[in-house]
Ligand binder design. Structure first.
Ligand code: SF4
Length: 410
């Protein structure tokens, strides 16, 4: 298939596909799906082998957010029956992190709800980072605290943070339909601040919010421009009690096409399957490992994931291996001499991109189905196809781990 051969060649050369090629991936038919996965899988293996990086979320502060992100169970006015609590103490957060690290994670993602941190909040998180780093040699810590003010990224870097997550979530053109209390430009600014401070930028998207194929391609190209080291791909979990509760638009096949498109556009970047993995990929999760090289272990911010043990078994059964603490995630050209999480040194995902918890998207932090034949650059208006029945039975609000007396899932 000419399209796929072209995309593999470009992926191995870190060359940006055309928008038409990216759209054509989203428009492939189910008959072509395995060919799409195999092609994007070649690109994934070229840059990341069969390694799967495990990340572990610690929700430092849950709910009660003054922002109005429509997808988020922690938003202003959310009726979702989630855990609500204020800042975990450093030792509480460290204990939660330790469970994830014992389960095989190499990165801990410290997430707090809210528009952005105060300077006092940065102090708190700095203490937490220190506690985690003191007790766990070699651990990578990513902070995800919302919009950053001047100087805060530098302070987090000085405190030992390796990375900062802030997702773009959706295209610039549709951002105002999803959130009104801050702008797309605000989000871009924070990712740039993280970069400038020497933090490894993590920035991604949420699929399934009613966006078009063009919107998805827009946001992924914008991410490539921003050049994050990691790109979390969230699939909307339509929480009851949020404005997007009825947006059940995703199918496992659609999720696989989206992940393949992201891999082709950002070939040498950590592509992470984030929130909604179990809900939308369901039994097709193992196929997605051929596209993404990173997942979250265990639970999400406000929803429960499958058992951490099941994550590990899936990885082994699919013929992949958990990335060890001593292994560098990113290809050498992206890490430069800084090593570790990457120095943004490379040209990899083009002029700049990354994603993560920034939007607290996971648990809050979801789509459409293209028709057509692989190879036809169908840029026709993508129509949301209600191809999936609501699977509210698969959405479980988190009731264990951080902020509770119960052991975390890791
Ligand atoms: S995504 Fe973050 S900023 Fe937006 S409502 Fe949720 S917690 Fe608040």
């Amino acid at each position: 298939m000419d399209l796929l051969n072209t995309l593999v060649d470009k992926g191995l050369r870190r060359e940006l596909p055309t928008r038409e090629e990216a759209l054509a991936v989203l428009a492939t038919s189910d008959d072509d799906l395995l060919d799409v996965v195999a092609a994007a899988g070649k690109v994934r293996r070229h840059w990341f082998g069969r390694r799967v990086k495990l990340n572990y979320l610690v929700n430092l502060k849950s709910g009660l957010c003054p922002e109005d992100c429509s997808y988020c169970s922690q938003r202003l006015g959310s009726k979702a029956d989630i855990l609500k609590y204020t800042w975990l103490k450093p030792d509480e957060a460290s204990q939660a992190a330790a469970a994830g690290l014992a389960g095989g994670a190499k990165r801990v993602c410290l997430v707090a709800s809210g528009r952005g941190p105060t300077d006092r909040d940065v102090d708190r998180v700095s203490e937490t980072i220190k506690a985690i780093k003191d007790q766990n040699e070699g651990v990578e810590v990513c902070a995800c605290l919302g919009l950053l003010s001047d100087g805060q990224a530098d302070r987090l870097r000085e405190a030992g943070a390796d990375a900062y997550n802030h997702n773009l979530n959706t295209s610039e053109g549709t951002y105002g339909d999803i959130t009104t209390t801050h702008t797309y430009a605000d989000r871009v600014d924070t990712v740039q601040k993280a970069h400038a401070a020497g933090l490894s930028a993590c920035s991604g998207l949420i699929a399934g919010m009613g966006e078009t194929d063009e919107d998805l391609v827009d946001v992924v190209y914008s991410l490539r421009e921003l050049d994050p080291d990691s790109v979390p791909v969230n699939f909307l979990i339509p929480f009851e009690g949020t404005p997007l509760a009825k947006e059940w638009n995703l199918t496992p096949q659609r999720c696989l096409r989206i992940l393949a498109m992201v891999r082709f556009v950002c070939p040498d970047v950590e592509v992470r399957i984030a929130g909604g993995r179990e809900v939308h990929l369901r039994t097709m999760q193992p196929l997605a490992l051929h596209l993404a090289n990173s997942i979250f272990l265990g639970d999400y911010l406000t929803s429960e994931g499958q058992a951490g043990k099941a994550d590990l078994e899936m990885i082994a059964d699919a013929g992949f291996e958990v990335e060890g603490a001593g292994q560098v995630t990113l290809p050498e050209h992206r890490t430069g001499e800084a090593g570790g999480c990457g120095s943004h040194a490379g040209t990899g995902c083009g002029p700049g991109a990354d994603a993560g918890c920034g939007s607290h998207a996971e648990a809050g932090c979801g789509s459409h189905e293209g028709g057509g034949v692989c190879g036809t650059a169908s840029a026709s208006p993508a129509t949301a196809t209600p191809a999936d029945e609501p699977r509210t039975d698969l959405v479980a609000v988190r009731r264990r781990g951080a902020g509770t007396d119960l052991a975390p899932n890791a």
